[in-house]
Design a protein around this ligand. Structure first.
Ligand code: ZN
Ligand code: ZN
Length: 636
């Protein structure tokens, strides 16, 4: 549909709904949204029905924005806001979002910003034109979130161009002819790591995830040279399910090899993945390896990300509509649902899912309007992969902590910065607060603090109970003074040498590098201490070898091999995982609405994928398969 047609249709619809005198100044495609500019923004604010009717009529997501001529210059507007709001409100941040014409005012006392019956806000709006939004200042400031906001403002024009280009591409006229739907497994099938699936129709191509296999000796990328994916310019969209490196680790490389299109994911996934990608290249440099991309490509990925909320249906290609739903796995993790053609076909890709309420999140969503093929993970899909409950996991952590700290030892817990760290923090805080384990310092090393701050910046993605605890009762467990952030090499060596008991949570979770290695080198040969695994360890990682009882290992120490004898206790606490165990996976499919006709299984070791495939077939009679990497299946 051309812009002129859209503008014409929009004007017709508005004329039907609004009596007279509404002035539409411009219409544009900005990414997946049709943006209509008007000089009469109040008419739309008072009548949400017009926006709904426009969206229905145009069959697109519609946003109404004030005509730019109505918006005060940003610096001037900020000054006006600061003059109007009383100082006691304690404004911590003001940021303008050109893409929506909104200004967000962060304050310690939001009520004082709003004023009696909203008087102050109305006053601000009248004077500056921008729509003011008030939020409570996040309890832990996040450097990542701030930097990304500033960066996006600094490249505003560039980003507008990008959004327009993307919008026009989505709105292209589809070519006529026979329609089909295919899926190519480019990585992460019959294995864990380097997840990548390519969804193809006659008209479009969508890549879901592009992760790295961190245990691979070299490269560890998906099969990006597969003919289905080439050339990268032919790709319409990249969708990111969540920010773990086995899903997002290779995305920036696409921008190095010619991709210029959008990435769709939740806002926390955007922020967390740029944090983890930056760390990934830093760790690679530290080990003397050449990282596959550099920070400019990470920035370009941020520039090209179009954040979506759970449940928001969005056109991402002429014949593909995407909806993200909560996956319960980590902050912002999503299951992707694709509606293809006009009722032609429906595919969902789970990404990593947790089908149980956790300390942090609500369980994964498994209800969709329609669904024919489901592609699901099988990390714990094996016959014996039944995991203890969250409560049992907490109990084991309590027992081990009591024993080890009681004998003057240290607990060393390798964790992913995102997900497991925050769960373990919440449990340790509660055990300490209730006096069930000795009070000792808990050191957080390697981005855990920053990842926690990003959690605090997006409370709407946490489960209700934790959100209430953080905001209403003012008892933010993450802010407990038992947590100390390790922010220098000196501090790290002091902790390594300190004889007193303590707990250290450090990355990387699978012990392939990162600060965890420093503590491990210092404490491995002391039987007083304990190393505790709380997450999944992929085959081929150091963590997996230690977990499988290796008692002597050789690690890289500043480029030289160093042999360590492991005398510290090695324990595994199951039940903290962000993945569904076997029973939860079976329940997820069993209670799914509607039940899919076909299930493809990946993200698991080979025998686990096969186990889950045969169980689902026997239990529910659906067609199941565990594709190999590089297979292409025609779905329709
Ligand atoms: Zn994950
Ligand atoms: Zn994963």
């Amino acid at each position: 549909m051309s812009l002129e047609t859209v503008l014409g249709e929009a004007k017709d619809i508005v004329k039907k709904v609004v009596p007279a005198g509404v002035d539409l100044t411009r219409v544009d495609f900005e990414g997946p949204v049709v943006v209509i500019y008007t000089r009469n923004i109040d008419v739309f604010a008072d009548n949400q029905d017009i926006v709904r009717q426009l969206a229905q009529g145009l069959r697109r997501r519609v946003a109404i924005r004030p005509d730019p001529s109505l918006l005060a210059d940003v610096e001037e507007a900020e000054e006006i806001i600061r003059n109007i709001i009383p100082e006691e409100a304690k404004i911590s941040n003001i940021y303008f979002e050109d893409e929506t014409g909104e200004v967000t005012i962060e304050a310690l006392s939001p009520g004082l910003v709003i004023g009696k019956q909203g008087t102050l806000l109305n006053d601000i709006k009248k004077k500056i034109g921008w729509a003011p939004k008030v939020v409570r200042a996040p309890p832990i400031p996040s450097k990542t979130v701030d930097e990304i906001r500033q960066y996006l403002r600094s490249i505003h024009d560039d980003r507008q161009d990008f959004l327009r280009r993307t919008g026009r591409r989505i709105s292209r006229e589809p070519s006529p002819g026979e329609q089909y739907v295919r899926i190519t497994s480019l990585g992460g099938f019959r294995q864990v790591g380097r997840s990548a699936s390519l969804l193809m129709t006659r008209e479009s191509k969508v890549l879901v995830d592009c992760g790295v296999d961190v245990s691979a000796e070299n490269n560890g990328a998906p099969y990006l040279h597969a003919p289905e994916l080439m050339p990268l310019e032919s790709l319409d969209a990249v969708i990111l399910t969540h920010a773990h490196l086995d899903h997002c680790g290779i995305i920036p490389i696409l921008y190095k090899y010619g991709y210029e299109g959008p990435i769709y994911c939740t806002a926390p996934s955007r922020d967390l993945s740029s944090l983890l990608q930056l760390d990934y290249i830093k760790v690679a440099f530290g080990e003397g390896k050449k990282p596959p991309y550099e920070s400019p490509q990470i920035r370009q990925a941020v520039r090209n990300t179009i954040p979506l909320k759970y449940g928001e249906t969005t056109d991402i290609a002429p014949d593909v509509r995407l909806t993200l739903q909560n996956a319960g796995h980590i902050l912002g993790s999503a299951t992707t649902h694709f509606h293809i053609g006009d009722g032609l076909y429906n595919v969902a890709i789970t990404g990593d899912i947790k089908f149980e309420r956790t300390w942090l999140f609500n369980p994964a969503v498994n209800k969709f309007p329609r669904l024919e093929t489901l592609i699901m993970e099988a990390t714990y899909g094996g016959y014996h992969d039944v995991q203890p409950s969250r409560q049992e996991a907490a109990k084991r952590l309590k027992e081990i902590a009591k024993r080890v700290l009681g004998r003057g030892g240290k607990l060393l817990i390798p964790v992913f910065a995102v997900g497991r760290s925050q769960e373990v923090m919440l449990v340790l805080e509660e055990l300490t607060r209730k006096g069930q384990i000795p009070r000792v310092p808990v050191y957080l090393d390697g981005m855990i603090w920053e990842a926690t701050a990003i959690h605090a910046a997006y409370p709407e993605y946490l489960n209700n109970q934790l959100r209430t605890q953080i905001f209403q009762s003012g008892e933010n467990p993450f802010l407990s003074d038992m947590f100390e952030r390790v922010d220098s090499n000196d501090m790290r060596s002091n902790i390594c040498d300190d004889p007193d008991p303590c707990v250290v949570l450090a990355t990387s979770g699978m012990m392939n590098g990162g600060p965890i290695m420093e503590y491990f080198k210092a404490w491995a040969d002391n039987p007083k201490h304990s190393l505790i695994f709380v997450g999944f360890n992929a085959e081929g990682t150091l963590a997996r070898r230690i977990q499988k009882q290796a008692r002597e290992i050789t690690v890289n120490d500043k480029g030289k091999p160093l042999t360590l004898k492991i005398k510290m206790d090695v324990e595994t606490i199951d039940g903290f995982s962000g993945h569904s165990d076997r029973l939860q996976l079976l329940n997820y499919v069993g209670s799914m609405e509607p039940r899919p006709e076909r299930v493809l299984i990946g993200h698991g070791e080979e025998h686990k994928c096969l186990d889950l495939a045969s169980s689902l077939y026997k239990k529910f009679g659906m067609e199941t398969r565990a594709p190999y990497n590089l297979e292409t299946l025609r779905l329709k």
